[in-house]
Write a protein that binds this ligand. Structure first.
Ligand SMILES: [Fe+2]
Ligand SMILES: [Fe+2]
Length: 331
């Protein structure tokens, strides 16, 4: 009975999801090819090429980490699927003719973070709704502090699994509303989905510096199940409240990343080389370190803070989001 259960597809899937741990790789050397990325994508592209640590490993005859290989398409190249439908793999090349190897993001998705953003901005809670939103976030912070304490790498990775949910839920609900009401969204669907994708890239980055343990993977599944449904209902009931909660969540994220930086500066966390995926996504210098990554991620969180408080303010003023153009591409 036990062996039958262990060999069942469900058990194999759960075993893989819960117990698989890929070895982190931080040894890859970045290769700088230049800069000057434009959002208006041209076939010829000048940017920093994939500085993948996975590539370095493959060359050295070592197995690449699962995410790096999946992202870079290292394994897929060998067995490209023939398509009757004419779809095929999109080949993206740079100016020097070499291939862009990340498949999970493309050169036009990369950007240089605006580090000059004011990190200290804070929405002072005035209404009872603001106070409830802030209390909700503060009460969520308490168990998080106890669970992770000063393990900021792991904490960041786990929190990004939650942070990537609201944008997707908000974008989905606005999308459905647009269909139901035969109306434009003012760009807010795209802006919120951009936020979700940006948060997911934070997760892809921190996965490279910290690997979750089996019980942390189990926790993520549980929290995602609860948080997705709670936020979905919350957004249906009051998008004004939902965006305010996310605004305060982002304020807390800024604080957490500031603490993360302090730990790096104190020497309590090794300032290891930046993961290759981060170097390419944020157009960092090839010798960038973990500290540089945390700086750009913190700046992203500050941008999310602004967007979500702004969205809530629009509702507070009795307007709909579609009546105010969305800050698409706000980094
Ligand atoms: Fe994030
Ligand atoms: Fe964020």
């Amino acid at each position: 009975m036990g062996s039958r259960l262990a060999s069942s597809p469900v058990a194999r899937l759960l075993g893989h999801r819960l117990f698989y741990t890929a070895a982190p790789d931080l040894t890859g050397q970045a290769v700088l090819y230049g800069s000057g990325v434009s959002r208006a994508w041209a076939p010829v592209f000048v940017t920093r090429f994939m500085s993948t640590s996975a590539a370095a490993q493959v060359q050295a005859g070592e197995p690449a980490s699962e995410e790096s290989a999946r992202c870079s398409g290292e394994k897929k190249e060998d067995k490209d699927v023939f398509s009757y439908w004419g779809v095929g793999s999109q080949k993206v090349t740079k100016e020097d003719g070499t291939e862009w190897k990340w498949s999970c993001f493309r050169p036009w998705d990369t950007y240089s973070s605006d580090l000059s953003i004011d990190l200290a901005k804070h929405h002072v809670p005035v209404t009872w709704m603001d106070k409830l939103a802030r209390w909700t976030v503060k009460s969520l912070r308490w168990p998080t502090d106890i669970f992770f304490q000063r393990r900021y790498g792991c904490r960041a990775m786990m929190l990004e699994t939650v942070a990537a949910v609201p944008g997707m839920v908000g974008g989905l609900l606005l999308h459905l509303r647009s269909l139901r009401h035969f109306e434009h969204s003012g760009g807010w669907i795209r802006a919120l989905l951009e936020e979700a994708e940006n948060e997911r890239m934070h997760l892809m980055t921190f996965m490279e510096v910290s690997q979750p343990r089996w019980y942390e993977r189990a926790l993520v599944m549980t929290v995602q199940g609860v948080f997705f449904n709670a936020y979905f209902l919350g957004y249906l009931f009051s998008p004004k409240f939902a965006h305010r909660v996310v605004g305060y969540l982002e304020e807390e994220a800024i604080h957490s990343y500031t603490e993360f930086l302090k730990e790096i500066d104190n020497g309590n966390i090794d300032n290891v080389p930046a993961p290759a995926i981060a170097i390419d996504y944020w157009r960092l210098l090839p010798d960038a370190r973990l500290r540089d990554v945390v700086m750009v991620v913190r700046a992203d969180e500050a941008h999310h803070r602004d967007v979500n408080h702004y969205a809530s303010d629009i509702h507070v003023q009795g307007l709909k989001l579609k009546e105010q153009p969305a800050p698409v591409g706000y980094h």
